[in-house]
Ligand binder design. Structure first.
Ligand code: FAD
Length: 307
């Protein structure tokens, strides 16, 4: 059995593994895809102290750093259930195996909800983006669209309007669903066009990068095309917690609820990174949260009566 068993091998899980192993305790990481979302990222320019790097390169560096310690990495293994017990917590794997930990850190991350229109996959990282904090500056002075008129879409549009030349916000429903204060702010901006009742039908490109977006006006059925260089998809971030339903407490958005120490509703079970209620989903934040969860798990171990 492990002293600390970490589920998820993204930035949060990797940081947790390093912090746990440095305490000299038995540490294991089980991950479906070691590296996590970073593997799907092109340029990373906001990991403080690293001016510029690329996702796969960052993922390799994460793995090398973890492998410098005595950590069992169990890659390409999917966790399917968490079974809390007296003093020992079990994690059941899809391959039938069962792992045990005196403490468990959940860091299974999240995934962006896709609009599922032609061009989205093809031009991902070539004009199609999901994270305004990450990729906004790449579109400085250019024209972009934001798909989604909820809080994240409207926040993204306000953020981008300060960087890009023009923002077209497309919302499927008849009204924006964001908080009134955000909508007021958005409407006050001179370089933003808001289109409601608009169904995105295609992200167009020249074979290399995005050159426009098409949408259907739902009232008239007419299809319109807007020329632009970037599309930010902001229709939700889905936490990877389907396998945890009914065990650990989740927020209404499906995120694992944690306190300031990363403790979940189950004693001995901690969580970190994009999978939790922590605001702002970023690598540097996930790394900090993973480290914190490992220190909290260590604190739990030295305070528990189990030998
Ligand atoms: P993740 O990176 O999502 O890792 C989750 C881990 O859990 C993975 O190893 C996954 O395989 C594993 N896992 C999931 N479910 C299971 C399961 N059931 N069993 C076992 N393992 C499981 N952030 C920045 O700071 N800067 C950027 O420039 C930036 N660009 C981005 C670009 C793109 C295209 C994307 C998608 C994200 C970007 N982000 C960026 C966000 C950043 O990648 C995330 O905030 C960060 O990766 C979160 O780390 P995490 O460890 O919490 O989760």
């Amino acid at each position: 059995a492990y002293d600390v068993l970490i589920v998820g091998g993204g930035p949060a899980g990797a940081a947790a593994a390093i912090y746990a192993a440095r305490k000299g305790i038995r540490t294991g990481v089980v991950a479906e895809r070691f590296g996590g979302q970073v593997l799907d990222t092109l340029a990373i320019e906001n990991f403080v102290s690293v001016k510029e790097t690329e996702g796969p390169q960052f993922a390799t560096a994460l793995e090398q750093h973890v492998r410098a310690y005595d950590v069992d990495i169990m890659n390409m293994q999917r966790a399917e259930a968490l079974v809390p017990g007296d003093g020992m917590i079990e994690v059941k794997l899809a391959n039938g195996g069962v792992l045990k930990g005196k403490t468990v850190i959940l860091s299974t991350g999240a995934r962006w909800r896709e609009v599922n229109v032609p061009g989205e996959r093809e031009y991902r990282n070539h004009g199609v983006a999901y994270c305004p904090h990450c990729d906004g500056p790449l579109f400085k002075g250019k024209r972009v669209s934001v798909i989604g008129g909820g809080n994240s879409g409207v926040e993204a549009a306000i953020d981008l309007a300060g960087i890009v030349s023009h923002v077209t916000l497309l919302e499927f429903a008849a009204e924006l669903k964001a908080d009134a204060v955000l909508v007021r702010k958005l409407k006050s901006l001179p370089n933003v066009t808001i289109v409601t009742s608009a169904q995105t039908t295609e992200i167009t490109g020249d074979g290399k990068k995005v050159n426009g977006i098409s949408y259907k006006e739902r009232a008239s059925g007419e299809v319109r095309h807007v020329e632009l260089e970037g599309v930010f998809v902001q229709i939700g971030l889905v936490p990877n917690t389907e396998w945890l339903k009914g065990t650990v407490a989740l927020s209404k958005h499906g995120e694992i609820e944690i306190d300031a120490k990363g403790q979940t509703s189950i004693p001995g079970v901690f969580a970190a990174g994009d999978v939790t209620t922590v605001p702002y989903k970023q690598i540097v934040i996930a790394v900090g949260e993973g480290s914190k969860a490992a220190l909290s798990a260590f604190d739990h171990l030295i305070r528990s009566s189990a030998p």
